[in-house]
Design a protein around this ligand. Structure first.
Ligand SMILES: Cc1cc2nc3c(=O)[nH]c(=O)nc-3n(C[C@H](O)[C@H](O)[C@H](O)COP(=O)(O)O)c2cc1C
Length: 175
């Protein structure tokens, strides 16, 4: 699939089929996260794959009752180890979050290329998930996404729901 078509047609998918993901496809998608860039190549991430039905159900509660997180065959919890360090100073506390976000973006685009749906989940109970999944103290959850085949095969449509380029680009200085 053309790279730009992948980017243009990735959509948040909130309804999934139960169909399993072939292992080689799952590996390909996860590998896209693995090779993402990170500050000083620290790769501060870890991805927890939840397939167990009961565990996924409990995760709904920990994601503010968003039922669809338990619908897909896999729920991915993207975690990052806090490093509080960055040569750019103020970014220090955010650098881990940036790194993990890039990896998750790789994953979501790769999923789209494979016909798989994702939905970035940012509303969740970090402390609750950490407790439930035995995540260490110095690690936090950055995002979650279900991963599975969309119920509606036509969900991958281009969106018009974005600001215009002229609104978000300026030249030389902020204006
Ligand atoms: C940081 C972040 C947090 C988000 N959190 C949620 C969420 O908790 N639940 C949800 O259904 N969608 C969530 N979304 C998905 C956005 O609503 C969605 O990306 C946006 O409306 C644009 O739609 P699109 O992804 O189909 O292009 C989140 C997206 C991002 C990037």
């Amino acid at each position: 699939m053309d790279f730009y078509e992948v980017i243009r047609t990735r959509r948040s998918v909130r309804e999934y089929k139960k169909d399993q993901i072939p292992e080689e496809v799952l590996k390909k998608v996860l590998d896209s996260a693995r090779i993402a860039p990170s500050g000083s190549n620290r790769q501060p991430w870890k991805f927890i794959l939840i397939k167990d039905t009961e565990r996924k159900k409990k995760m709904v509660e920990l994601c503010e009752g968003q039922e669809f997180v338990a619908q897909a065959p896999v729920l991915i919890v993207a975690c990052g180890k806090n490093i509080h360090y960055n040569r750019g100073k103020w970014m220090g506390d955010y650098s881990m979050i940036v790194d993990v976000a890039i990896a998750v973006d790789h994953l979501t685009l790769s999923a789209r290329a494979e016909g798989l749906g994702t939905c970035w989940i940012g509303s969740f109970d970090n402390e609750g998930i950490k407790k439930f999944l035995n995540i260490p103290e110095d690690v936090n959850v950055v995002a979650l996404t279900p991963l599975g085949y969309p119920k509606d095969p036509n969900v991958f449509k281009e969106t018009k729901n974005r600001k215009k380029l002229e609104e978000i680009i300026c030249y030389e200085t902020w204006k």
